[in-house]
Write a protein that binds this ligand. Structure first.
Ligand SMILES: [Zn+2]
Ligand SMILES: [Zn+2]
Length: 308
């Protein structure tokens, strides 16, 4: 009787507090910012990607077939990853895992930064868009190379563990990797004080490019693919299981960074995609995400253990 009464009192006192904390976390996660327009945009992108593939790829090799007709564990991981992106659930996870502390610190940090005036004031909208595109792409190239480093590879391996491409492979990113990318983008956005619409156009361009890069089209794009943009075939090389192709074609939108830093390789013959020893796609999406977190922890603490 006494125990029941104690539990009732504790619940009476704490449930409203817990409910308030949960409400705050939900607000921080931005899940309420999900609009119908954003959903239409995300679904529209995928529909366009699927249609392009159906026009240029035999139905048997298309993402549509891979995703709806007896999908492999790899294709299912792509599909679930897309679902999580679509409904902004990755951020929701992240906020709850960190009790919102990270988002709170970020908002405070941004408040105290001396960015009331932008570092650079560029008058021409076209010039500011091109500068934003180039710098954002250079940032993506550097960040991608860092992700192939031992510690961060623990997270990025989930993207590379796809054993076949579907256009949804682009969404197959560990939520911890995605959150850092968003933070880096936010800084770029603040430093240049670019209009929100330009940021949206940039994301749209990058999204289309990423969808095509993970499609099954056999496109090199001629000299444009050799010198300017990352073609779908160039990105296939980046996912190749052949050691000859490791650390090649890190580019996100522009291939020029791979040309400048000597990491470019063209696609010369048919390749297998995935990672050589692939522990992923065995069980389910959550166990693969959890594997990334465990591997990250092991790699991080491995940095401090004495070398044998
Ligand atoms: Zn990579
Ligand atoms: Zn990829």
């Amino acid at each position: 009787m006494l125990i029941a009464a104690s539990i009732a009192i504790v619940l009476y006192c704490f449930v409203p507090v817990v409910a308030q904390i949960v409400q705050k976390l939900v607000n921080l996660s931005g899940i309420k910012n999900l609009t119908l327009q954003l959903l239409f945009y995300q679904v529209g992108l995928v529909v366009v990607g699927l249609l392009i593939e159906l026009l240029f790829v035999p139905t048997n090799e298309s993402s549509l077939k891979k995703l709806i007709h007896q999908p492999s564990k790899s294709a299912l991981n792509d599909l679930i990853s897309w679902g999580f992106t679509l409904f902004n659930l990755e951020n929701f996870f992240f906020v709850f895992c960190t009790f919102g502390i990270f988002h709170f610190l970020m908002s405070k940090f941004v408040e105290i930064l001396p960015f009331s005036k932008p570092f650079f004031e560029i008058q021409s909208p076209l010039a500011s868009f091109i500068i934003l595109l180039v710098l954002s792409d250079l940032k993506n190239y550097i960040w991608h190379r860092i992700m192939h480093n031992n510690v961060f590879w623990s997270l990025h391996a989930f993207h590379h563990s796809a054993t076949e491409f579907t256009i949804l492979t682009t969404y197959r990113t560990h939520f911890l990797q995605k959150i850092v990318s968003v933070v880096l983008d936010t800084f770029l956005f603040i430093i240049f004080n670019v209009p929100t619409i330009q940021f949206f156009y940039l994301r749209a361009l990058q999204d289309i490019q990423q969808i095509l890069q993970h499609s099954n089209v056999n496109w090199n794009w001629g000299w444009i693919g050799r010198w300017l943009l990352v073609s779908p075939n160039a990105h296939k090389i980046h996912h190749s299981t052949n050691p000859m192709h490791f650390d090649k074609n890190y580019g996100n939108f522009l291939i020029i960074w791979d040309r400048i830093f000597g990491t470019y390789a063209p696609l010369e013959h048919r390749i297998e995609i995935g990672i050589p020893t692939n522990p992923y796609n065995q069980s389910n999406y959550f166990s693969d995400i959890f594997r990334g977190i465990l591997d990250l922890k092991t790699a991080f603490f491995g940095l401090f253990s004495p070398k044998k």
